[in-house]
Every structure is written in structure tokens, then in C-alpha cells.
Design a protein around this ligand. Structure first.
Ligand SMILES: NC(=O)c1ccc[n+]([C@@H]2O[C@H](COP(=O)([O-])OP(=O)(O)OC[C@H]3O[C@@H](n4cnc5c(N)ncnc54)[C@H](O)[C@@H]3O)[C@@H](O)[C@H]2O)c1
Ligand SMILES: [Fe+2]
Length: 350
């Protein structure tokens, strides 16, 4: 779990104080800042001292193992040691920060650690400050990376942040579509966790609360205001806690394939898939469609039209590789239910 959590409007202002005790002589704090905030006022509020450095995180594409390795190698060359890595941004930037922190202390490439419990040593001190709400990356024990052969996280006990600062003010300028797609990541985490076979009382407690908060902001309320940002940030936190002890399910397993082949981003990819999952999550999909309509969001259609057999096979292989997700969704005998043919049909509908 995350060691320390601060929540509240304006809590970003406490960052200097929070980091003070983590600073080591001569070793800088490295701030990975989501490129959206380059030249924005948030950049000038980062508390820089000595040789601290801001690195603008290019999140045009979701994080790749090559990008993680490059940042870590450059930092080792430039500074030797760093005091910490602070990620400020959406889920992509948070994941990048977690992975770079780990790669400061682990040999080889981050691609070597894509999987479960492969990371050998703790990373350097790492803090996460989300500017979008929904992924749960701020609390999870994974960092999702696209590597040479797979899209898979570095899942380990060393992966969670040492500190997170949850300041809902930072999410207030997010565009409506992006806010919805990332928010739906949380909604889908809840549905997949609550209807999964891995569910236990821990996951259920957090999942139900997160679901209630998502419904409040996307179903019940008619305006988006500060209360909405406050609630969605806690929904993301609770949704992430819920899957910490369970797993995600069909939407994630299928959307990973899309993302690997077509570069479809996580939030929107999950929406594209979830839209077609009535068979697996009838109530959730019904409510999802209502939320799409109410919030006037476009869900892209026919994105797999015209793909070759080989391309479908690539997506199917990536997806079927996510065994724990399928097992959570469909039970131990999932391979009998989710055949390659059935999955191909599902991909053709997207
Ligand atoms: N580690 C985990 O447990 C976990 C869980 C789910 C998803 N993820 C990862 O999270 C990523 C998706 O994260 P995301 O949905 O937060 O999006 P993102 O981080 O990919 O960002 C999407 C876009 O929004 C911009 N942005 C960020 N904050 C903004 C703000 N306040 N205002 C305006 N624009 C802003 C970014 O610059 C980017 O262009 C994927 O890489 C996915 O794999 C990780
Ligand atoms: Fe997700």
C-alpha cells in the first residue's frame, strides 16, 4: 500500500514541506510533469531546490519500457543518485514515475520486470500527484508499460508510491471527454471487481463506495462543480484500493489488445469495449450507456474494421495473455468460455 496520503483542495501547496524530510545531500528531487502542464501555472508552483530538475513527461503515447529506461539511464548519468521521483499528471505520468523510481535501483530493462513480483529491489522515494481522476494508478501496485513483446505492468510490492498528494483542484481544468474516459476507467474497475470471482469483503467495501461516488457525479448530478472533482478523486482512490485485492475483468483484458495493436488509450479503449459487453456485465453496461448519453460523450465505433487476420490474432494473443483478468471475470474454467473464435467476434464488434 501507499505509505502516506494527503487529501484536500490546495494540498499541492504542502509539497515542499512533504518532500523536505526526503531530501538527501546533493541528490536532486526529480519532477516528472505531464506535458499538458508545460508552461502552465502549476509548473511554476513546483518547489525546486538546488539541483532539482523538472522533466516534461511526453504522454502522447502511454508509457513504454524504452522511455522508462531512457529517463532512468539519463538520470543516473547526470546525477548518479537522486532523492526521489515525483510524478505530477494523469495515470500515464504516475506510472512513468513509479517505473523510473524502480529502475533507478534495479538492473537491466524495465521490460525484464513486466509481470508479477519480478522486481528485485525497492525503488528510490516516489510520490504521485494525480491531475486526472479514475485510473487508480495513485494507489495500485502496478505500473502499466508497453514493452517489446507485451503490454503488462510491473506488479510488485515495491511499486506503490511512498506518498500521494490528492488535490482535486488539479483536475478542475480537464476536458469533458478526457474526464469522462478516465472517470469511466474507475467505473469499469468497480463493475469488474464487484462482479469478479476474486471478490472479497476488502475489495467489495472499496468497490461499492467508488461505484456510489461515480454514480453521484455521472448519473445523479446535473452540473460539474468542485464537489464533482472532490468525489471523483476519492472514487479513483477507492476503486484502485478495490482492485488492489481483486482484479479487473473482460473490458480491461480486451482493451489491452486494442491498445497494444492500435495504440488506443486506456480510458477510451475501455469505454469502446465496455459498450459491447452486455453479455458479461448487463446492469453496468445499461448504466454506462445512460451516462454516455447524459454527459454527451462520443464513443468511437468500428475501430477494428478492415484489420487483417494477423492483426486480430495479435490482439487476441495479448488479451488471452492476461490470465488473471479472465479468471477473475469468468472463473477457473475461463478458457472453455472465452475461445479465440468468441474473442475474435467480440473484437470485430468494436
Ligand atoms: N497503474 C495502474 O494501476 C493503472 C490503472 C489504470 C490505468 N493506468 C494507466 O494510466 C494511463 C491512462 O491515464 P489517464 O486516463 O489518467 O490519462 P493520461 O495520463 O494518459 O492523460 C491523458 C491526456 O490528458 C492530459 N492531462 C492530464 N491531466 C490533465 C488535466 N488536469 N487537464 C487537461 N489535460 C490533462 C495528458 O497530458 C494526456 O494528454 C494509461 O497509461 C494506463 O495504462 C494505470
Ligand atoms: Fe483501468
Amino acid at each position: 500500500m501507499v505509505d502516506y496520503v494527503v487529501y484536500g483542495r490546495g494540498s499541492f501547496n504542502q509539497l515542499d514541506e512533504i518532500l523536505a524530510s526526503q531530501r538527501k545531500d546533493g541528490a536532486p528531487m526529480i519532477f516528472l510533469l505531464d506535458h499538458f502542464f508545460e508552461n502552465k501555472s502549476l509548473a511554476s508552483r513546483i518547489p525546486l531546490h538546488g539541483n532539482d530538475k523538472i522533466i516534461i513527461a511526453d504522454v502522447t503515447y502511454e508509457p513504454k519500457t524504452t522511455y522508462v529506461d531512457k529517463i532512468a539511464a539519463d538520470l543516473k548519468n547526470e546525477f548518479g543518485k537522486v532523492s526521489g521521483i515525483i510524478g505530477i499528471g494523469g495515470g500515464s505520468t504516475l506510472d512513468l514515475a513509479k517505473a523510473v523510481s524502480l529502475m533507478m535501483n534495479n538492473p537491466g530493462s524495465s521490460a525484464d520486470y513486466q509481470g508479477w513480483d519480478l522486481v528485485k529491489y525497492p525503488g528510490v522515494y516516489k510520490a504521485g500527484i494525480p491531475t486526472l481522476s479514475g485510473t487508480g494508478a495513485e494507489v495500485s501496485r502496478t505500473t502499466v508499460l508497453t514493452g517489446p513483446t507485451k503490454k503488462l505492468g510491473m506488479n510488485s510490492d515495491f511499486t506503490p508510491f511512498n506518498q500521494i498528494v490528492l488535490d482535486p483542484e488539479l483536475t478542475s481544468n480537464a476536458p469533458v471527454n478526457q474526464r469522462f474516459y478516465t472517470g469511466m476507467d474507475c467505473y469499469i474497475h468497480c463493475i469488474e471487481s464487484l462482479q469478479g470471482t476474486y471478490l472479497n469483503e476488502f475489495s467489495k467495501s472499496y468497490g461499492e463506495k467508488a461505484l456510489e461516488l461515480c454514480q453521484k457525479v455521472f448519473v445523479e448530478k446535473n452540473v460539474w462543480d468542485d464537489e464533482s472533482d472532490d468525489a471523483l478523486m476519492m472514487a479513483s482512490f477507492a476503486g484502485g484500493m478495490s482492485i488492489a485485492y481483486s482484479q479487473v475483468g473482460v473490458a480491461h483484458a480486451v482493451s489491452y489488445g486494442l491498445s497494444y495493436l492500435l495504440g488506443t488509450k486506456h480510458g477510451i479503449g475501455n469505454c469502446i469495449v465496455f459498450d459491447k459487453l452486455e453479455e458479461y456485465y448487463p446492469d453496468g453496461v445499461y448504466e454506462f450507456k445512460k451516462m454516455v448519453e447524459k454527459n454527451k460523450i462520443d464513443i468511437p465505433q468500428h475501430i477494428t474494421k478492415g484489420l487483417s487476420d494477423e492483426q486480430f490474432d495479435t490482439m487476441i494473443n495479448v488479451s488471452l495473455g492476461m490470465k488473471p483478468l479472465w479468471e477473475n471475470a469468468l472463473g477457473k474454467d475461463w478458457e472453455k468460455t472465452m475461445t479465440r473464435e468468441k474473442l475474435r467476434k467480440l473484437y470485430e464488434q468494436l
